[in-house]
Design a protein around this ligand. Structure first.
Ligand SMILES: *[C@@H]1O[C@H](CO)[C@@H](O)[C@H](O)[C@H]1NC(C)=O
Ligand SMILES: *[C@@H]1O[C@H](CO)[C@@H](O)[C@H](O)[C@H]1NC(C)=O
Length: 287
């Protein structure tokens, strides 16, 4: 029996087709999102001159060359595909690619479309029976915002995390409302399995308990960047991939890659937590 399985990430939605629902074996993944999940859509027709994320050191850890992925290596969706025994999803804009095992529609800077877009195209019901819907990251821990909002008042920051409290509250409230909506949708569509995927707790853990994850215990800091304001190794005029910026020696001991996006090491931990717990409710591969 073939059923459709949809996975959603904060700005990523992926769909899986299980071969045998009971065994949770999947024939394909369909994924939607932004730079957290772009596997090369922005670069299928060549690398735009302006696009720093399509230059080394992007891709340095896993692929050895830039693929358009905004990280040093694989993304969450790549780890999930590999763990499920599927090939890495080809970008949906790839010419002549095979989409039999899925496709990755994510694109850097992608936004979301409202219901009317889909209704206008007669897509009121996409047949999906399983969805993963991710929340958002704790943005107050990200060097880009820590640099932009650099202020001296110590009470703005979490005493242990060094993150901006108000920004994290914003993310937290977003995720709480999202989970409430998911609960409503579960009631309305009892035949659909909808999973909440948690980026927030994962990154908070990386910051507060860095040792447990193999990361350096430090104020949030990019692996790839250049000195700027504050201690975050983030400089808006010299970002990763641009002149003057460099990657750290060992990206695997940093969770933050370029100030906005995560390292392959961090994405790997998150993928595992979504597949097996504890970072998903329920985990994708629920025991
Ligand atoms: C597209 O893929 C098919 C099958 O792999 C191959 O025979 C064909 O040459 C490819 N075409 C182009 C333009 O790459
Ligand atoms: C940020 O980078 C620019 C360009 O490389 C450099 O001129 C500037 O001094 C840097 N800012 C700081 C605070 O180091």
């Amino acid at each position: 029996m073939r059923r459709e399985y949809l996975i959603g990430f904060a700005l990523i939605v992926a769909g899986l087709w299980p071969l045998h629902a009971a065994a949770q074996k999947y024939a394909a993944i369909f994924n939607f999102g932004d730079s957290l999940a772009d596997a090369g859509n922005l670069v299928v027709d060549g690398i735009p001159e302006y696009l720093a994320t399509a230059r080394l050191p992007y891709g340095m850890t896993y692929f050895g060359y830039p693929t358009g992925r905004v990280s040093d290596g694989r993304l969450v969706v790549d780890f999930i595909a590999q763990e499920l025994g599927l090939p890495l999803l080809p970008p949906s804009k790839a010419h002549n690619a095979s989409f039999h095992r899925g496709a990755n529609f994510a694109i850097t800077g992608g936004t979301s479309l409202d219901t009317s877009f889909f209704e206008a195209r007669g897509m009121r019901h996409t047949g999906a029976v399983e969805l993963v819907v991710p929340g958002v990251l704790p943005i107050g821990c990200f060097p880009v915002y820590l640099s932009i909002f650099l202020k001296q008042q110590p009470e703005m920051y979490g005493p242990r995390s060094g993150c901006i409290k108000d920004l994290n509250t914003l993310s937290w409230v977003h995720n709480a409302l999202l989970q409430r909506k998911i609960a409503e949708l579960r009631k309305k569509h009892p035949g659909v399995r909808i999973m909440y995927a948690d980026y927030y707790t994962a990154v908070t853990q990386f910051v507060l308990h860095a040792d447990n994850w193999g990361f350096l215990q430090q104020t949030p800091r990019t692996c790839c960047g250049a000195p700027g304001v504050g201690v975050y190794n983030f400089n808006l005029t010299s970002k990763c991939g641009e002149p003057g910026a460099y990657a750290c020696d060992d990206p695997s001991n940093h969770w933050n890659w370029d100030g906005v996006h995560l390292t392959e090491a961090a994405y790997g931990h998150i993928a595992k937590g979504w597949l097996y717990g504890p970072f998903a409710d329920p985990p994708i591969l629920e025991a």
